[in-house]
Design a protein around this ligand. Structure first.
Ligand SMILES: [Zn+2]
Ligand SMILES: [Zn+2]
Length: 248
């Protein structure tokens, strides 16, 4: 069955600047426009990932057009959490032009620790004012305290990501279906905002959200708290986060 959740955006995608992705910003935007995407986010890997762009790529990114082929474009980054304090791999000046940051744990950039370590890493990353989204927190390689993450994300206005790549056959992430379900049940309790992303590393994967959307339907996640349903809702969630950061 095709999921019934309206889905007009994809904010986790990679370009050739990530070092292991295969299209340019322009190719990604063109493909997104053909698929009816209204808001596309480019989120290349931070500099600590092997083959990724240097900090200069992000620092100069004011030049990137914020609309292409008739669709709205955001330019962000998927930054690497480097330690269990939640330190990210881009300095503040280089991150300044970014529209948003996704914070993720990757084995290429940090050695897994305990559940408490990973939880601390996510909570630490949320202290960074530019972080709007926690990327693929369902990865069992970095299992964390989902109650805690769901609660803190809700109160600090950070979105929890349901990442389609976690559910693709052959994913290197662990126990993702069960973890994602546990996480969503916790999120539902705290009314945590959810974003569904493709994590596309090639244009054909843009807006591939099928398994993630199915899971949201399975747990009857209220559409109200899923930002994919409208561009306004997604952008509002970013302003809510900025407002929260200003006041804390
Ligand atoms: Zn990632
Ligand atoms: Zn990614």
């Amino acid at each position: 069955m095709t999921p019934m959740i309206p889905d007009v955006l994809d904010l986790h995608t990679h370009t050739i600047a990530s070092g292991h992705a295969y299209n340019t910003i322009y190719e990604m935007a063109y493909s997104a426009s053909q698929k009816g995407v209204q808001l596309l986010g480019i989120s290349d890997h931070g500099p600590a990932m092997e083959g990724a762009a240097s900090s200069f790529y992000f620092r100069a990114s004011r030049r990137v057009p914020r609309s292409l082929y008739g669709i709205q474009l955001l330019f962000g980054a998927e930054l690497n959490i480097l330690d269990f304090d939640g330190k990210l791999d881009l300095d503040d000046e280089s991150a300044a032009p970014l529209d948003y940051v996704i914070a993720s744990l990757h084995v290429e950039c940090i050695k897994p620790g305990s559940t408490e370590d990973h939880t601390a890493a996510y909570l630490g990353a949320m202290k960074n004012p530019r972080v709007m989204i926690l990327g693929h927190p369902d990865d069992g390689t970095f299992a964390s305290d989902y109650e805690r993450i769901a609660y803190e994300a809700a109160s600090q206005k950070v979105l929890i990501e349901m990442n389609e790549a976690s559910f693709r056959p052959g994913t290197y992430r662990k126990n993702t279906f069960q973890n994602a379900k546990d996480l969503l049940l916790a999120c539902r309790k705290y009314k945590t905002g959810i974003i569904v992303s493709s994590d596309a590393h090639i244009e054909t994967d843009i807006l591939q959200h099928k398994h993630a959307l199915e899971l949201l339907e399975e747990v009857e996640y209220p559409q109200e708290w899923i930002v994919n349903t409208s561009v306004e809702k997604a952008l509002q969630s970013f302003s809510d986060r900025r407002e929260y950061v200003k006041r804390r």
